[in-house]
Design a protein around this ligand. Structure first.
Ligand code: FDA
Length: 320
């Protein structure tokens, strides 16, 4: 109960500019952000990728950014991708969000931007995947991905198992031969749209593993959940050495990822970088109460110590 209220509070805060100001201005935030985000510049992500690949792991780069409301900034984003694609080793993987390409501005802008990015990616043999955001954006996302395929692009998608319509979405990807990453789902959705609670979501995910592993192209099992990973290995075994990869988030259970690789399962690490880390970071805190507790404890400790010493949170004693 407390966990789900905390989760909801952190997801709500992930969309609040006021909360962003507070979180960004705390000097305590930085070390935790560094756990989940490889750095601000692409070269920091490349350095992280070099370390990960030296340990047998694969990498997906993600330039953080979402809910863009400025058309000029979207056009600049397309140019930034051009630079990242040129700087990444041939055949690299990239994930992006359509709200980063202007989904909240107008669909034609996304269409144009996604086309440019798909064309640039193909020039370097890179692989693209479109992350899935709030459920209200799904139909537009599928429409734009289908259109991109119609024009020769090959962006993959993500299916969020917590959604009641997830089986239909997975079937859509299978029917359209679109690559799928299966996740639990990171957004707050109403009961009518999504299952809530750990066990119902786990069950929903389990039910999708069969069709994912049997029928989809290049399936990706993206979860850090032991139960689901064991089930995926068992189901894949039933289909006889069918190739799939596991995907983890940067900063989460890397030791376990390395163990999976040693045991013969390929693992790709979703490696985010950039300055727009705030909503992504808040969703990572929301996913695990211990993260939230750790973060809140640090902030409260600092507030308490500021109160007893009469200093402000910058520690310089001056009133601002
Ligand atoms: P669960 O949350 O139950 O975690 C299982 C265990 O993993 C925990 O007990 C803990 O040990 C560890 N763990 C998980 N999250 C942690 C964290 N933040 N910090 C520390 N430990 C943690 N979602 C979405 O809606 N759209 C998308 O496009 C994507 N894309 C995506 C890509 C990849 C590669 C991954 C791995 C995940 C996503 N997600 C996503 C996020 C996904 O929906 C989900 O929120 C997280 O993966 C957490 O769920 P788990 O399946 O790991 O289970």
């Amino acid at each position: 109960m407390v966990d789900s209220a905390l989760r909801q509070a952190f997801i709500t805060a992930s969309r609040s500019p006021q909360a962003e100001k507070i979180v960004r201005s705390s000097p305590l935030t930085k070390p935790l952000v560094q756990r989940f985000v490889a750095g601000e510049a692409f070269m920091a992500a490349r350095a992280a990728a070099d370390r990960l690949t030296a340990n047998g792991l694969r990498v997906t780069y993600d330039h953080l950014g979402e809910a863009m409301t400025d058309e000029a900034a979207v056009r600049e984003m397309v140019q930034l991708y051009r630079g990242y694609f040129a700087a990444a080793p041939r055949g690299s993987h990239f994930s992006l969000k359509l709200s980063q390409l202007g989904l909240t501005i107008r669909e034609s802008l996304v269409r144009e931007s996604l086309d440019a990015i798909c064309t640039q990616a193909a020039e370097h043999d890179h692989h693209l995947r479109v992350d899935m955001e709030e459920s209200a954006t799904i139909d537009a996302t599928l429409r734009l991905v289908e259109e991109a395929h119609g024009r020769g692009g090959d962006p993959g998608i993500v299916v969020q198992a917590m959604l009641r319509r997830a089986p239909e979405l997975l079937q859509w990807a299978i029917d359209h031969d679109v690559r799928v990453r299966l996740v639990k789902g990171a957004y707050q959705e109403p009961e009518s749209v999504a299952y809530t609670g750990r066990e119902p979501i786990r069950h929903a995910y389990l039910a999708l593993l069969g069709p994912l592993l049997a029928k989809s192209r290049a399936p990706a099992v993206a979860t850090h959940d032991d139960v689901l990973l064991a089930a995926a290995a068992q189901i894949a075994g039933q289909f006889g050495n069918r190739s799939y990869e596991v995907q983890f988030l940067y900063g989460v259970r890397e030791d376990f990822a390395r163990q999976l690789v040693r045991d013969g399962t390929p693992v790709r690490i979703y490696t985010p970088f950039g300055t727009a880390w705030y909503p992504y970071f808040m969703r990572r805190l929301a996913e695990r109460p211990q993260n939230v507790g750790f973060f809140l404890r640090q902030v409260l400790d600092r507030a308490a110590s500021a109160a007893t010493t009469g200093r402000n949170s910058d520690g310089n004693g001056s009133a601002k």
